[in-house]
Design a protein. Structure first.
Length: 294
């Protein structure tokens, strides 16, 4: 008789009987995509959550367009052209909170411990969650574009630059999702994760150029508002989507790249902020996940 041994797969390694030709990167991406599909299927099974997460930005559009819009001066152009790019930024920023809530729920239900027993990459759970939230943000952005057109917003540049603005906002949202992944992994439950997320996001969103021109703020607040990431991304989004004159910007608009170089572009600095946030928060969140789950 000959003894047989069974190799037990470890997390991050290919499944037994699978071909090793793809390498570790291939299996890591496959694990991430599997988790992404799992989360997307979860959204389809709770359509109420997607519906009500879409209602909130629509309410903000109607509130600022028809209630506060008449009291906010924007000389030279209509307020709705100023408002909608800011609403887009606010929508994807608040949508990123869903990452913290979803991960906190998985921890609370014990799903993270189940994932631990599977032969999968350790960062696939976080990458799958943030990627699924990226698809959700894309859907909400398409919906908000339709709402914007219904209330009088029109693309002020061209379709190509408008789509580039959408991609920029999705990059920013993806970076924020990794930050809120850390919040979700640090919270004891989903309710606490939501409560922990809002104090971080509220000051950044409302003390910014999302809803009002910066020159209307007190002088002591303008310094913070001009240089924080939400304002930088809002200004870049207005440049790409509305093509407005922006006297309160720290950097000239996107069209100055050819004449003045990328360092003087709002879009350049928005990309720098987004990639910087992603480069810092993604490793921190993965490290937190390993400590919490493993």
């Amino acid at each position: 008789m000959s003894a047989t041994t069974t190799k037990i797969p470890t997390p991050g390694s290919p499944a037994v009987g699978s071909s090793p030709s793809g390498g570790r990167l291939y299996w890591a991406i496959a694990d991430m995509w599997t988790m992404t599909k799992r989360n997307l299927i979860g959204y389809t099974r709770v359509p109420e959550a997607v519906f009500f997460s879409s209602v909130q930005p629509i309410m903000f559009v109607l509130l600022f367009r028809y209630v506060f819009g008449g009291a906010i001066p924007t000389p030279g152009y209509h307020y709705v052209q100023f408002l909608m790019p800011g609403i887009f930024v606010q929508t994807v920023a608040f949508g990123s909170i869903g990452t913290s809530i979803g991960l906190a729920e998985d921890l609370q239900k014990g799903l993270i411990e189940r994932f631990r027993a599977l032969p999968m990459s350790r960062w696939a759970v976080l990458a799958g969650r943030t990627t699924a939230d990226l698809f959700r943000n894309l859907f909400v952005m398409a919906l908000m574009t339709a709402v914007g057109y219904a209330v009088g917003y029109r693309i002020g540049t061209n379709v190509g630059e408008y789509l580039a603005g959408i991609l920029l906002l999705l990059l920013f949202a993806y970076a924020l999702s990794w930050g809120f992944a850390f919040v979700g992994l640090s919270a004891p439950n989903s309710e606490t994760a939501q409560l922990m997320s809002f104090p971080v996001l509220f000051p950044l969103t409302f003390a910014s150029s999302a809803f009002v021109p910066l020159q209307t703020m007190p002088g002591w607040l303008q310094g913070f508002a001009k240089h924080q990431p939400v304002s930088v991304v809002c200004n870049a989004a207005r440049d790409l989507m509305s093509g407005l004159p922006k006297p309160d910007l720290v950097f000239p608009p996107f069209t100055s790249i050819v004449s003045n170089g990328p360092m003087n572009s709002t879009v350049f600095w928005a990309i720098v902020w987004s990639l910087g946030i992603l480069a810092v928060l993604a490793p921190v969140s993965v490290r937190r996940y390993r400590r919490r789950a493993f």
